[in-house]
Design a protein around this ligand. Structure first.
Ligand SMILES: [Zn+2]
Length: 219
């Protein structure tokens, strides 16, 4: 079950008090509606009932999907110091054979959910993303500022990402054959092959760059 509580917070705009629902955990298996509301932004949306001010709520939230065997611990940058909830970790710490990840912003959280729901390995995804990011920079001659997993089709034999390019953050979709994903698996797994570890890990661009660097060096 998902775990929620009610909290009173002051509106950052007008200072009035608002009662909000805080979701400490979201369980996608037992509460698919919460999953939906999280992904469409509703769950972490704040609207002041006094002045109408709107903002994205930022607080730690543990997302779990036991069916797809993964958990993502969303800890917004802003809350890094407060960090983790020990009671929560204990409660979920006993579960075996579960991939545990950290996400430091909402987009990262959403991307992890999409990757794991697609049955893919996020370590391999990050390696492919890092390689395609270089391809996009070469093709456009511009700097890529970010990107996320956006396509996976076995029928079309494509896996792909939407990148943000240049000062205007224009979207650029780059796809590749699934064979590249299979090949990148060796790069990711040579760097980290222990999924048994029960700590929550950050698997991001830096991680992928290190994996690629290590792989090339050892070849
Ligand atoms: Zn307000």
């Amino acid at each position: 079950m998902s775990n929620t509580m009610t909290k009173t917070i002051a509106c950052p705009e007008c200072g009035s008090e608002n009662e909000i629902k805080v979701y400490k955990t979201v369980n996608a298996t037992t509460d698919p509606d919460f999953r939906e509301q999280l992904l469409n932004g509703e769950l972490l949306h704040f609207r002041c009932e006094h002045c109408g001010y709107q903002a994205e709520l930022k607080y730690p939230l543990l997302y779990s999907d036991i069916k797809n065997k993964f958990m993502v611990y969303y800890i917004p940058e802003i809350d890094r110091d407060k960090l983790t909830d020990e009671a929560l970790e204990k409660e979920y710490g006993e579960l075996e054979d579960i991939t545990r990840r950290l996400a430091s912003n909402f987009n990262e959280l959403k991307e992890k959910i999409h990757v794991f729901e697609s049955g893919l390995d996020d370590r391999v995804i990050e390696v492919v993303k890092a390689a395609l990011r270089d391809v996009v920079e070469k093709r456009t001659g511009e700097t890529v500022t970010g990107g996320y997993f956006s396509k996976y089709s076995v029928d079309e034999d494509r896996i792909g990402f939407t990148f943000f390019v240049g000062d205007g953050n224009e979207q650029f979709v780059q796809t590749t054959r699934l064979e590249i994903y299979e090949k990148s698996s060796a790069v990711a797994k040579a760097f980290d092959d222990q999924q048994s570890d029960r700590s929550f890990k950050t698997i991001d661009r830096n991680w992928a760059r290190n994996a690629i660097y290590r792989y090339r060096k050892n070849k």
